[in-house]
Design a protein around this ligand. Sequence first.
Ligand code: HEC
Length: 718
Amino acid sequence: MTAWRKIALAGTALAMMAACTPKEKPAEPSAPAEKAFAAVDTKRIETASGGAEWLTYGGTYDEQRHSTLTAINKDNVSSLGVAWTYDLETNRGVESTPIVVDGVMYVTSAWSVVYALDAKTGAELWVHDPDVDRSVGVNACCDVVNRGVAVWDGKVYVGVIDGRLQALDAKTGDLVWETVTVDQSKPYTITGAPRVANGKVVIGNGGAELGVRGYVTAYDAETGDKVWRFYTVPNPKKEPDGDASDDALHDIANATWGDEGAWVTDGGGGTPWDSIVYDDVNNDFLIGVGNGSPWNRTFRDPSGGDNLFLSSIVAVDADTGKYKWHFQTTPGDNWDYTATQTIILADLPLGENGASRRVAMQAPKNGFFYVLDAATGKFISGTPFGPMNWATGLDENGRPIEVPEARYGKVPYNQLPGPLGAHNWQPMAFDPDLDLAYIPAQEIPQAYAEDPRFFSKETKWNTGADFAAGVPPVATPEVAKFLRSTLKGRLIAWDPVAKKPRWTVEHGNAWNGGVLSTAGGLVFQGKLNGDFVAYDAATGDKLWSQNVKSGAGAGPGTYMIDGEQYVTITTGWGSAFALAAGYGYDNSVSSTVGKVVTFKLGGTGEIPDANLPPVDKTPKADSFGTEAQIAEGAVDFSRNCAVCHGALAVSSGVLPDLRWSSISADPQAWKGVVIDGHFAANGMVSFSDYLSDDDVESIRAYVLAQAHAAVADSGGNQ
Ligand code: HEC
């Protein structure tokens, strides 16, 4: 939005506020103090406790995503309707949980754009676009998403996809300070929401698919000065970095890494890209650490160590960043099993004689539901919450008992969970009255095999796991239909004390949305097909549903203004699954503009259709090439293109489905995009570092073969 429009709108809002003020008393002689915007501090977050406002990414410091509001409840939820909607002006993935404070909603969209809206009406107050160079989109493993902001003392903090951290004036959206948190010559990204406590804003990063070294940094919330940094994996020389993590790396982590392997040059991974939770009882941050880089440990670190602190929860002192404890969910990660998923703090009757005990809970990608002592990290329990075939259980210390085949070699091992996890970024919730955790669980199996090209042929995503394993080069309709049939998703009401589900709702497909729990006895969750549903929190009975006409993956939120409760969710297709697994959708999704959709009792609004033009699903040229060329193209496609344009070349429709691209008809134009980078400014950069002219021609042959195979059988998602 242009600056003049921003100013004009701000003016209108003020004029409206003035006009609406009922008969005021005569003005005080001195000018009245300006209304403080987002005057949030530790105390306010602690005392708000999930009531009328939504002050942190997970609602409160404990991040339970449970609201104490009861105005919307089991008895009246059937009359929930749309209060207002707001266009987020993107057809890319939207994963943001809105923060609501002082009647203002702060929400983010793709490319880290921040919006401030009147939370009652949806009226726009300001928009802040960090103007990201779109070519960095190629570093985003899982779409150019953003999960939201943090607010603190009049400022709004956002992590930008290119690695910046920005502080904005909560009232105007103007930039107060910004700092570059990463080496921007490396493929780091930021998609997670910052967290703030005690005047420090803390941010992690992503990029472990592409070879970086993960860390979390705390900055002074007022000035942006760096306070401490905690690296989650050792310095490749195993030397001190001069940072808060030095002691922990020296004393604990260094010994779990060998001296050779790809980690020495790639950085080892361990990027903390999502959950970082402030524990105000123990004054520490619990950091959820990501996967290894490259995925395959044989290549990453042939010595075969546990590779701390990959796939761990690490607790660090909030003031100094010094290590307190860690718990590793997946020693020697080999499968992209991040432990970045929602971390929830709660009191459970798990102390001696059923006394209350403060615990941290997580359902990470690896499929076990963990309960740890929040003060010490001591393992209390870990139980599979869905089918798995990589481990048969945990030992008494919580270490997985692995199935040997899961340490895959050249023979593919079809595994559950796959790299998209038994639970991914979609936030889990916890109801402290019912002591139930609500897990957005899923089954997305994957055949893991060693990639024979790891050393001989570089690629952007050189994970050491062969993405083409177990899939015939050209068999789209049958293979796509089969793969689709293996996808499952469910909402599990997990009892962390009894260590079993109390109820489960089957969704029939994977990649469903984050969860909100309320004291009105409700659990809200979106589904892959765009249905936004309210369930009875105690039984799982479906009480209300409305289709939001787009993806409904983000964590919903709720808040109260002028005695009315609102439930809100950001919508939009996109994110990792929509880019990489188009075959999982019933039919290509109609590309829509993401929105904020807010509901209230008796709301009568409509969700506008904002469909973008339909795609002409016909091949634009004849098939060509030998079988060998097409097979080679399939491999190069799976290693370089599939993560964005879809496995088997089936796109969900968010990014172009290359089978139907008119550019596929023209070898020169195709090369112009893929080698010469003609569309780099839109996020489609040159692959000339990895692919020759012959390679990209083989990819074109493969894509056209897939196009013709798909129209020959038009069932399923073409
Ligand atoms: C990181 C994500 C990403 C990866 C990986 C990627 N692309 Fe793209 N690609 C994009 C985006 C984004 C666009 C849309 C650009 C635009 O709107 O102009 C695009 C567009 C294209 C187009 C133009 C399609 C059309 O009809 O407009 C072609 C051709 C293409 N990509 C080929 C490839 C090939 C071949 C590979 C693998 C070698 C690949 N892409 C890998 C993100 C990606």
